[in-house]
Write a protein that binds this ligand. Sequence first.
Ligand code: FES
Length: 160
Amino acid sequence: MISNKAKKEINSWVEKYPEGRQSSAVMEALKIVQSENGNSLTTELIQEVADYLDMPGIAAQEVATFYENYNHSPMAKNVIRVCHNISCMLNGSDELITHLESKTGVKTGEVTQDGNICVKKVECLGACVGAPMLQIDDKYYEHLTLEKVDAIIDGLKEGK
Ligand code: FES
């Protein structure tokens, strides 16, 4: 069920689009609902978003399954999305990913035992100038080094 708080947030996105174009807010709406539901979307939740935005369920499903920002199984509290596309790869993303796996003790796609962290390899996040980079929630971390990654992970472990 979409909470009143989530509806309010979704409405603020709907208002940005011309009348009758509320479905344009689907990406943000899915993100809002996902964050309220254990960082994961079920088919039912996606349908509820579609109903709320008065759009076909299949169209919302297509968005939710096309983009890597959406999770469809129980997910960690913190999902670290590491870009491994060309600019980031040329600037050391493979080494960062190996380091992250070692630091967290899980392979990409897996969730740490405490449910706190999951590392995902993703395609270009549009911040190539800051390569190598990663994303946690809405925040981008750019020009990464192994030391910066350590600080980020330590912060997540401490709940910062
Ligand atoms: S290649 Fe990594 S952000 Fe574009």
